[in-house]
Design a protein around this ligand. Sequence first.
Ligand code: ATP
Ligand code: SF4
Ligand code: MG
Length: 332
Amino acid sequence: MELLQVQDLALDYRSHRGTVHALDGVSLSMAPGEMLGLVGESGCGKTSLARALTGVLPANARITRGQILWQGRDLLTLSDAEHRQLRWREFAFVPQSAMNALNPVQRVSTQLMEVLRERSTLKPAQASERLGELFDQVGIDRKRLPDYPHQFSGGMRQRISIAMALALQPQLLIADEPVTALDVIVQRQILDLIVELRQRLGLSMIMVTHDVSVVAYVCDSVVVMYAGQVVEQGPVAEVLDKPLHPYTMGLTRAFPDLHQEIHTLQPIEGSPPDLRSPPVGCRFAPRCPFATDDCRRQSPGLVPTADARRQVACLRAAEADVLRAQWSTASP
Ligand SMILES: Nc1ncnc2c1ncn2[C@@H]1O[C@H](COP(=O)(O)OP(=O)(O)OP(=O)(O)O)[C@@H](O)[C@H]1O
Ligand code: SF4
Ligand SMILES: [Mg+2]
């Protein structure tokens, strides 16, 4: 059975500036033990999806349709109390900027202890031992538990936020941009830690990032989002090597990888649409060099490829080989 399945999920935010349709018809699935990358530009809905999965949404958010099946059980039909039973124990969340959210005037040990007290039934002696284990797991000397957050580097604070999420030994860790604010060397160390934790603890992971090279480095599969929708998904090596969706083609050229010189990077021209009134038809059409009149009229659904290994939402997916070759010279 799939570990997690999302079906046709839609989520709105109500605000004084209007209703933002942050997710519209998002579907994805992941198997136990999988490392899935969720990638896309700023504002495409990555955090909204990650928060919807873990049930930690802001008060102005409303899920308007869809299902989130955790081991076959629809999380959206659970009461708050039932959801809380699963959160942290079965799936846990490292929020975006978590490393900067530690309380600066409280010792780290006190903050971690509070997490354990709130979420577990461990006795104080067991909880103290667990704190030591968590620091061991994320590679920080347990003698440093009583230090204050400012006494740790950014990379160490990120390790601590990962430790907090691991406190109750969840099966799935959802990490929202866990390396974004870090320099490249520390990024690599945190990514290596994530890979090691996954192997050692048998974790499944969703890695939320805007950076395709992070996905290439650590993930097995990837879901590419654009303007609140999934536009492509499949095994990382296949999707990044031979993208089927023009947006993915653009993303893979906008980030450096091991084979690409920095000077060959090409940003995707234009910006994503306003999600209060997304365009009719394909949402990528205003930026797509290959858009036709049909694309501006008809919204492409997510369709499996003939071998069923991948899914893509593009009316011209059958021509992907030709479009890929044209991408570098084409402009919208
Ligand atoms: N609490 C909120 N109230 C109103 N609109 C919101 C709220 N949170 C997010 N949004 C809007 O929802 C859309 C999706 O935002 P989200 O934070 O999910 O994107 P993201 O892909 O995580 O972006 P980033 O890469 O910048 O973190 C954006 O248009 C954003 O402005
Ligand atoms: S459906 Fe049309 S506009 Fe949208 S990505 Fe495909 S070719 Fe481009
Ligand atoms: Mg985000």
